[in-house]
Design a protein around this ligand. Structure first.
Ligand code: GTP
Ligand code: SPV
Ligand code: MN
Length: 594
């Protein structure tokens, strides 16, 4: 593509950013295969990309050991009033944050090229889609954006001379002085990393990290933190949800959107192969859903992304065969281990190789004390390559959602599956969702925290207002609102073993949900919601101990009464922005618990 565009606003912004960051060159991206190949050749030459003999057109990257995940502590929602960012976000006054970051951006691209990446979230030209432009000094980001979003010429055409776009400025924060040798994975130290959002001007500034959600700004920064603000203003929803289509043996379709926190099972559920006969699952998206009320009065969902940035460890032909088949070619692997025959490996993929190079580039054998792959090692894969991608996954109208699922990682207390009594109760379930932290963020792993709607790290405004937005959407949808369920695949026995087989057997919980929607199966009332009675869950062909099933379905009043003070503390955070309807839900639950 030629340098520059027909869009004056875009040209002016690119010039302003270049004057500040002072790259050696500016390159406008056209999204072509040739461009991808050129970028990869460059990355190979620099020693950053390792071609994989076993997988055509696939490459392994190893990041700096400090740059391996999102950095929630360094993520900011910068609004004029701190109250608008709310109690769950880091906040700095926009002028102050911009002053600090301008200091960092000053000359930060010296010795590097600035790439201009026009991208569309959602199919190009669809009325639901939105355009962004990312400026970055990372060729790795260019390649990933090619897969994760729709990049290039068609986007520029859709943008036209006057169209608007979300400006996303990114730098790895590692200028190169003349003669200075580049690092294998250049980035800035943690205290200089900033993932900043200015929702009042739809602006994203990211500095210092080259990894995942910190650097691929279409994903969490745009499609969630900025989009939640747009959605609230415009009356739609931007959620951290997978989207799938489940078809029953009679051919009836159910569309499901499910929100689990990072590394808690979205990708796996999105492309799951049901273990129950006659049911079929197709994947529409694995991480983000944009949903609007359409002419039929129902909520329709699109996947704004075009690729999967999925967790590698634990992915295998036993757990997620459709992901494994997606990963055969055209993949970017990051922080996986490299086998001697030129393939990738990670914990849980298959038998361990006798020798490998670990994610830090060191020799590794099964006797090594550390993992060969980083627990947040990831694959970047084109969604279109998934064998069970839904034929309608790019339908600009989206798919009508029948079922919402919330959930998380809870080793105790939370049963396998529960149905909400009502929309308000379902919103209460989402608002009080809690999960053990994972390595998708830099920080402690395994700590239980409230993660409402799996959105704590991704909501771009006050959480109390977001709860109200959910309630208002329910009012608007009325009887056409999706039914709401809560699941926990991760309950453990006293010995610390998962009680539920998970993965394809999660279809058993989904089948019950579909039958609930159809009114063909019963439920029993418990203090925390509706649950399957004995015999309601289809367990045919499943070898599971009776005691395990009992433990999975147990609602322990003592454990649940202990949740109450913690929920009260959580709700107190939101002050007078906590909707009274949620407080009422809490009071009702307390009464039911006795
Ligand atoms: P993000 O991409 O971070 O948003 O994560 P995600 O929600 O898509 O999680 P993903 O499906 O990648 O799963 C994360 C980890 O949980 C992987 O190691 C999976 O193998 C594991 N996992 C997923 N589903 C199940 C399940 O049903 N049971 C058990 N025991 N583990 C699961
Ligand atoms: C998550 O952490 O929820 C992810 C990975 O999906 S990242 O893109 O790094 O945010
Ligand atoms: Mn995610």
């Amino acid at each position: 593509m030629t340098n520059g565009s027909r869009n004056d606003k875009l040209n002016a912004w690119v010039k302003e950013a270049a004057d500040l960051c002072r790259p050696d060159a500016i390159q406008w991206c056209d999204g072509s295969r040739a461009e991808y190949d050129r970028m990869m050749a460059l990355l190979k030459e620099r020693g950053m990309a390792v071609p994989l003999a076993k997988r055509p057109n696939s490459f392994l990257f190893r990041t700096d050991p400090s740059d391996v995940a999102r950095v929630e502590d360094r993520t900011y929602i910068s609004t004029r009033s701190q109250e608008d960012a709310g109690p769950t976000n880091n906040w700095v006054l926009p002028d102050d944050l911009k002053r600090t970051m301008r200091g960092l951006y000053d000359g930060c691209m010296k010795g590097r090229t600035m790439y201009v990446i026009p991208f569309s979230m959602g199919p190009v030209g669809s009325p639901i889609s939105k355009i962004g432009v990312e400026l970055t000094d990372s060729p790795y980001v260019v390649c990933n954006m090619h897969i994760m979003t729709r990049v290039g010429t068609s986007v520029m055409e859709a943008l036209g001379p006057t169209g608007g776009f979300i400006p996303c400025l990114h730098s790895i924060g590692a200028p190169l002085e003349k003669g200075q040798k580049d690092a294998l994975w250049p980035c800035a130290p943690i205290e200089k990393k900033y993932i900043s959002h200015f929702p009042e001007e739809n602006l994203i500034w990211s500095y210092g990290s080259g990894y995942g959600g910190n650097a691929l700004l279409g994903k969490k920064c745009f499609a969630l933190r900025i989009a939640t603000n747009m959605a609230r203003r415009e009356g739609w929803m931007a959620e951290h949800m997978l989207i799938m289509r489940l078809t029953n043996p009679e051919g009836k379709r159910f569309h499901i959107a499910a929100a689990f926190p990072s590394a808690c099972g979205k990708t796996n559920l999105a492309m799951m192969q049901p273990s129950i006969k006659g049911w079929k699952c197709e994947c529409i998206g694995d991480d983000i859903a944009w949903m609007k009320v359409r002419g039929d009065g129902r909520l329709h969902a699109i996947n704004p992304e075009s690729g999967f940035f999925g967790v590698a460890p634990g992915t295998s032909y036993d757990t997620n065969p459709m992901a494994m088949d997606t990963l055969k070619e055209n993949i970017i692997f990051t922080n996986c281990a490299l086998t001697d025959d030129g393939d990738v490996w990670w914990e849980g993929m298959a038998d361990a190789p006798p020798h490998a190079i670990d994610w830090k580039g060191r020799d590794w054998t099964p006797a090594s004390r550390e993992d060969a792959a980083h627990p947040n090692a990831r694959f970047t894969a084109p969604a279109a390559q998934c064998p069970v991608i839904c034929p309608d996954w790019e339908d600009p109208e989206g798919v009508p959602i029948d079922i919402f699922i919330f959930g998380g990682r809870r080793s105790s207390a939370v049963p396998l599956v529960t149905e909400a009594f009502s929309w308000d109760h379902g919103v209460f379930m989402g608002a009080t969702a809690a999960s053990e932290t994972t390595s998708a963020n830099i920080g402690a792993v395994g700590n239980l925290r409230r993660d409402p709607f799996a959105m704590k790290p991704f909501l771009g405004y006050h959480m109390g207002d977001y709860f109200q937005h959910w309630l208002a959407m329910g009012d608007r949808l009325g009887t056409k609102a999706p039914r709401i369920f809560y699941v926990n695949w991760f309950r453990k026995s006293a010995e610390g073993k998962f009680l539920w087989p998970g993965f394809s057997d999660n279809s058993r919980a989904l089948k019950w949900m579909c039958e609930r929607v159809d009114g063909t199966v019963g439920a029993r009332e418990t203090p925390i919601g509706l649950m399957p009675r004995d015999g309601d869950l289809d367990l045919s062909g499943l070898d599971i101990a009776k005691d395990n099933m009992k433990a999975l379905m147990d609602v322990d009043l003592k454990e649940w009464k202990a949740e109450v003070p913690d929920i009260e503390k959580h709700f107190a955070l939101f002050g007078d922005r906590l909707p009274a309807r949620l407080r009422k839900q809490l009071e009702e639950m307390k009464k039911r618990l006795g």
